[in-house]
Design a protein around this ligand. Sequence first.
Ligand SMILES: N[C@@H](CCC(=O)N[C@@H](CS)C(=O)NCC(=O)O)C(=O)O
Length: 254
Amino acid sequence: MRAPGSLEIKLFYSPFHSFAHKTLIVAHEAGLWERLTLVPTFPFRNLDAEFVTGQYDMSAIAPLGKVPCLATEDGAVLYASQTIVEYLNAHRAENALSLYPAEGPARWDALTRLALGDAIFEFAVQLSMEGWIERELRRPSIYEWLWPKIIAALDHLESIAAAPREFDVGDAGILQGISYLAAKAENSDDDPVCPNYDWRHDRPALAAWYDQAMQRLSVQQHYQRDYEGDLSAVNHQRHVAEVLAAKTRSSAVD
Ligand SMILES: N[C@@H](CCC(=O)N[C@@H](CS)C(=O)NCC(=O)O)C(=O)O
């Protein structure tokens, strides 16, 4: 399938024809279809009766163990379909049109619908997973299924924490993930995820990175600072009404 001499891109994906796979569609639109090597992957077949990792395990390259996952020949591994489709679009063939409107309202509209479609997919996967697990009489709780993924993600972050880099949007995401987990690990929280879990244990590089990143002005401005305005539902509903009114005004202009 691949043109001789061209770079190989491996796509680990669910090979089910029964749904329109966004990543395949975008690869095609981007003119990159010929460069893709498809790697059928069945993450749920990793789950046997004892919940031990099975033969489709790809946690060595992708800590969350989820598909789709895209690996380039130079060793970069990208996951989450939003990342992958943006990459494919950015590397599109010369004659291929971008699927990302360049700027303005059309761009934000496209990205918002992308998020909507992805949420429908992800929620449906989770719901079907519950039924599947019951039918097979394999009953890991959500906790049993997800907690190892959190541990794998933290371990992966430890392995890359010492490499120097400029603060970027990925770091903002990591700060959110870890700080939320840390709050949920405290016994004082109403809904602890894992009481007394110390994510810093055995992860000195990640802990050092985190402590330094938390000193950024943008973080300090908001972290552990209570909102000082109106917390009421009335205030909330007033703002919802204002948004609806603005929508009505703009559709009247159109
Ligand atoms: N937000 C992710 C969701 C991907 C996703 O839910 N993938 C499922 C497809 S079956 C999966 O790999 N599940 C395996 C698991 O949860 O371990 C994306 O857009 O890529």
